[in-house]
Design a protein. Structure first.
Length: 168
């Protein structure tokens, strides 16, 4: 039964309405104490408490769930296209059924994918992956994140709304 509770908890950790709560709890309960304890060598206690093990698992699943901006650029572009298409289809269907549009920014006729990616990275990804990197030391992921952010910024500065620049 404990395994089922853990699985449910991990799935619920991906709920974006609790995103900042989970990230803040991870930073305050794991990263800050670890940084303080590294000086005197008693890190093990922070990592082995049941509550903190759950926090670490939640953070891991959260990072895995929304890790697209930390992938190599070709995969980042592919997944940005897939998620955008999913949101475009949702917006199309909401309009078709005369329902309230939940994410009006994802109107396929007006959406700037670069802007949506920049906002997503700024709002959700950077702080969370900074915290995870401080815990797990993932320089390659952080480099991909930086490169991808610059890619999206470059497209946005050129006023492009698509996944890729037009062929030269």
């Amino acid at each position: 039964m404990e395994n089922i509770r853990t699985i449910i908890d991990m799935v619920l950790a991906t709920e974006m309405t609790k995103h900042f709560e989970h990230v803040n709890k991870f930073v305050n309960s794991i990263n800050k104490p670890l940084a303080a304890l590294e000086e005197n060598g008693s890190v093990k206690n922070v990592l082995t408490s049941p509550e903190n093990r759950i926090l670490i698992k939640r953070m891991l699943i959260k990072c895995a769930d929304i890790s697209n901006p930390c992938r190599p650029l070709p995969q980042c572009i592919e997944w940005a296209g897939r998620i955008s298409e999913e949101y475009f289809a949702q917006t199309d269907e909401e309009k078709r059924q005369s329902l309230p549009v939940v994410m009006p920014v994802f109107d396929r006729n007006t959406c700037s994918i670069p802007k949506s990616q920049i906002s997503f990275i700024d709002y959700f990804i950077t702080d969370m992956f900074d915290a995870w990197d401080a815990f797990a030391d993932l320089p390659n992921l952080m480099q991909h994140l930086d490169n991808n952010f610059k890619y999206w910024k470059g497209l946005d500065e050129r006023k492009l709304r698509s996944l890729r620049p037009p062929p030269e």
